[in-house]
Design a protein around this ligand. Structure first.
Ligand code: HEM
Length: 453
């Protein structure tokens, strides 16, 4: 079988290619639907560029094989390069700064490091609860509210910097970041002719956003340098590397700080949003989480060791990340001539693995589209193949912040459940919007102090 046999959407337009049936607003959800029509692998060819999508566990397993495939910095990630250049997330595999930074920063995510961040996470979650309590009974925009939490947590734990998120209006960094990600996503699909001209205004806005993001990062770094303070955090590790010669240059430190502010914030906030949506919609799930939090944490403050014992809460987090992976997929490139599902790929060719489809593979059962945290119970976890659940990516370039995110989200949800009854807005049905990530659109929830406290 040759690569030309890979299915493509119907009605190919001469010269331009497979432009019909594209959806620029929700491209990932559109791709999910296409798999149902075209099978687990298909290709759009637009203006000569091939975009190949993989959407089943069986084919994903082939592409996750690190001996044949590796991370690819795809178009949307390339669009972020003017902003974060060779930061960990967007670095090309061959860039020496990737391995340098990986070595310097991995110790910032060990168990000891996580223990050191725990107290700050507890404090920020407490501030979040106070903020929510001051608006008790109102329907509040849940994603914006969780954004205050995740920005403060990464700002304070990673860089000893507070964005004063609970002080007043949203920090301009958040708006600029969200727009920059949407801009990157929009650039993922090549635009025929007139598109470039239509995007002039967005390009200008993107310039402004990039400047603001860069200025914010400079302020975060300058604040630390001026104070001369030493802390056990990510910034300290970069500014004062343990071994001589291991250091990152100033430009790369800047790229890493911005990378962490974006990567450490955007995906976690949206995952919390999805989890809260399902918790609000399912009172029996909320009741189980609350009973667990009461049993594990009791009436005091959550300790570090409590978090791994919040097993059901973690199942809820996992299930939210399965059904709506906030990083909806990632790119993989062939390291050698190889095959996927019998289709030939030459070295350097790439595919986009849509987790949104892979994590709903029928191997999860006929109800794969339903939210059910019991899928992740210890007995159901036994024997499941790992490619069915990859919300944090795969291989050496998978998420460095995985434990950080899981600890933060589990702790935050358990604390919120202990303190509040959470109700959905009447009539709300989940709609998912896409920047580079997925997020619940217009999700507003009502938090009322839990009656028994
Ligand atoms: C629910 C939360 C999160 C999700 C779903 C998530 C998902 C991912 C995924 C899928 C990748 C691999 C992307 C690729 O292969 O192109 C990745 C990489 C990365 N993530 Fe996360 N992430 C989350 C939270 C975090 C947090 C909290 C941090 C930082 C504190 C972080 C920092 C990074 C970095 C720096 C990379 C690039 C790693 C490398 O290539 O060396 N992420 N993440």
């Amino acid at each position: 079988m040759t690569k030309s046999t890979i299915p493509h959407p119907p009605r190919r337009v001469p010269l331009i290619g497979d432009v019909l049936g594209m959806n620029r607003e929700i491209p990932n959800q559109n791709t999910l639907v296409r798999f149902k029509e075209l099978g687990p692998i298909y290709r759009r060819t637009i203006l000569g560029t091939d975009l190949t999508f993989v959407g089943s566990a069986e084919l994903a397993a082939q592409v996750f094989d690190d001996s044949k495939w590796e991370k690819h910095v795809g178009r949307p990630l390339e669009q972020l390069r003017p902003l974060v250049e060779d930061g960990l997330f967007t670095a090309y595999n061959w860039e020496s700064n990737w391995s340098k930074a990986h070595e310097v920063l991995v110790p910032g995510f060990t168990k000891d490091a996580m223990v050191s961040y725990h107290g700050t996470m507890v404090e920020v979650i407490d501030e979040l609860c106070k903020d929510i309590e001051s608006r008790s009974g109102e329907f509040i925009p849940a994603v914006d509210e969780m954004g205050k939490l995740t920005l403060e947590v990464i700002g304070q734990c990673g860089f000893g910097y507070s964005f004063d998120s609970f002080g007043g209006s949203e920090h301009p960094f958040v708006t600029a970041m969200s727009r920059a990600l949407t801009y990157a996503q929009d650039s993922a699909i090549p635009l025929p002719f007139i598109g470039k001209w239509l995007r002039r205004k967005e390009e200008q806005q993107n310039e402004i956003d990039r400047r603001l993001l860069a200025e914010t990062v400079d302020e975060v770094i300058a604040t630390r340098q001026q104070s001369g303070e030493r802390r056990s955090d990510l910034l300290d590790r970069m500014l004062h590397p343990e071994a001589a010669g291991e250091g990152l240059d100033a430009k790369n430190i800047r790229n890493q700080v911005l990378t962490f502010l974006v990567a450490g914030h955007e995906t976690s906030v949206n995952a919390l949003g999805f989890a809260l949506h399902f918790i609000a919609q399912n009172p029996e799930i909320a009741a189980r989480m609350r009973a667990e939090a009461d049993a594990v944490i009791g009436t005091g403050t959550a300790q570090y060791e409590d978090v791994p014992r919040l097993r059901y809460t973690r199942q809820v987090v996992n299930e939210a990340l399965r059904l709506w992976p906030t990083a909806p997929g990632f790119f993989r490139a062939a390291k050698q001539d190889t095959e996927v599902g019998g289709h030939k790929f030459s070295a350097g060719e790439w595919v986009f693995v849509l987790l949104l489809a892979v994590q709903r593979d029928l191997a999860w059962g006929p109800d794969a589209d339903q939210f059910n945290p019991d899928r992740f119970s210890p007995e159901n976890n036994r024997g499941r193949s790992s490619e069915l659940f990859k919300p944090f990516g795969t291989g050496i370039r998978s998420c460095i912040g995985r434990q950080f995110a899981l600890h933060e989200m589990t702790l935050a949800l358990a604390t919120l459940l202990q303190r509040f009854d959470i109700a959905p807005e009447p009539g709300y049905t989940l709609e998912v919007e896409e920047t580079l990530t997925l997020r619940p659109k217009n999700l507003r929830l009502q938090f009322t102090p839990a009656e028994r406290r």
